[in-house]
Design a protein. Structure first.
Ligand code: DGL
Length: 267
C-alpha cells in the first residue's frame, strides 16, 4: 500500500509528456513527481501498437521501481495502445490522456462535431474515435494524423510561414468538416496552439488533454485517499533512457524553465 507522500509517476515516449507534467505540477503543487522520457525509443507515433505496448510496459517497470502511488501515461500513442494492458498488469492505478480529452470534447461541442489530431499510430488505433462515440453515440468525429507537428514543436519552430503552411495542409479538411471542437491528441500539439487556433478559427475550441488529465489525477488521488499532506515539500525527478543533455535542452522549452539533474536509466 502506497503512502500519501509517494510520487506520481509519469511517462512518455520522450520530452512531450512534460506538457502533462507541467499541468499536474500546476494543479497539485504539493505532489512529488517522477518523469520518465523513453528517449531511446522515441518516436512512438510511427510505431505499431504491439511495439508501443511493449515499450510502455518497459517504461512502467522502470518508473515503478521507485516509490510511486499512481501512474500517468502522458503519451497519447501509449495511452491509445497500452492502457488496458498496463491496468491489467500493474498494481497501482493507471491513468491515460485519451479518456479525459474525449470527455472534455464531448462537454464542449454544441453541435456534436469533433475533430481529433494526433500521431499516425494514435489516429490509426481509433482510440479517440471510440472514446468519443462511446460517450456520445451521435457524435461525428473527424480524425487526422499530423506527424510533422512533433518535430516542429521540438525544434521550437512554432510560428511563421513554414509551420503555418504545414498546419494549413493538415487542417484545411478538418476546417471544412465544420467541427466546433478539436482535440489536440498528442503531447506536443499544445505548443502549436496559436498556429492551430489561427488556422481553425475562433469558432473552434482547442481541447488540451493535459489540463483535464491533471484534474482527473486530482480526483483519483482524492478518491483513493492518497493526496500528499498539506505543506508537503515535493521532489521532482527526470529520468531518460538516452541523451539526458538533449532532453534538458528541449525540455526547458516545454516546461518554460531550465531542467537540471536529468538522470539516465538503463532500459
Ligand atoms: N508523445 C507522443 C504522443 O503523444 C508524441 C511523440 C512520439 O511520436 O513519440 O503521441
Amino acid at each position: 500500500m502506497s503512502d500519501t507522500k509517494a510520487a506520481i509517476g509519469i511517462f512518455d515516449s520522450g520530452v512531450g509528456g512534460l506538457t502533462v507534467f507541467r499541468a499536474i505540477r500546476q494543479r497539485l503543487p504539493e505532489e512529488s513527481l517522477i518523469y520518465l522520457g523513453d528517449t531511446a525509443r522515441v518516436p512512438y507515433g510511427s510505431k505499431s501498437g504491439a511495439a508501443v505496448t511493449r515499450y510502455a510496459l518497459a517504461c512502467a517497470e522502470i518508473v515503478l521501481k521507485q516509490d510511486v502511488k499512481l501512474l500517468v501515461v502522458a503519451c497519447n500513442t501509449a495511452s491509445a495502445h497500452a492502457l488496458d494492458v498496463l491496468r491489467d498488469e500493474l498494481d497501482v492505478p493507471v491513468l491515460g490522456v485519451i479518456e479525459p480529452g474525449a470527455r472534455l470534447a464531448v462537454e464542449r461541442t454544441r453541435i456534436e462535431r469533433v475533430g481529433v489530431i494526433g500521431t499516425v499510430s494514435t489516429i490509426r488505433s481509433a482510440a479517440y474515435q471510440d472514446a468519443l462515440t462511446g460517450l456520445a453515440p451521435n457524435l461525428r468525429v473527424f480524425a487526422k494524423a499530423c506527424p510533422l507537428f512533433v518535430p516542429l514543436a521540438e525544434e521550437g519552430w512554432t510560428e511563421g510561414f513554414v509551420p503555418e503552411a504545414i498546419a494549413r495542409a493538415y487542417l484545411d479538411e478538418l476546417k471544412e468538416a465544420e467541427a466546433d471542437a478539436l482535440v489536440l491528441g498528442c503531447t506536443h500539439y499544445p505548443l502549436l496552439k496559436p498556429i492551430i487556433g489561427s488556422v481553425m478559427g475562433p469558432e473552434v475550441e482547442l481541447i488540451d488533454s493535459a489540463e483535464t488529465t491533471a484534474s482527473v489525477v486530482e480526483a483519483t488521488l482524492e478518491g483513493i485517499g492518497l493526496r500528499a499532506p498539506p505543506g508537503n515539500l515535493p521532489s521532482f525527478r527526470y529520468n531518460v533512457t538516452d541523451s539526458p543533455e538533449a532532453f534538458a535542452e528541449v525540455g526547458a522549452r516545454f516546461l518554460g524553465h531550465p531542467i537540471d539533474d536529468v538522470e539516465w536509466v538503463d532500459f
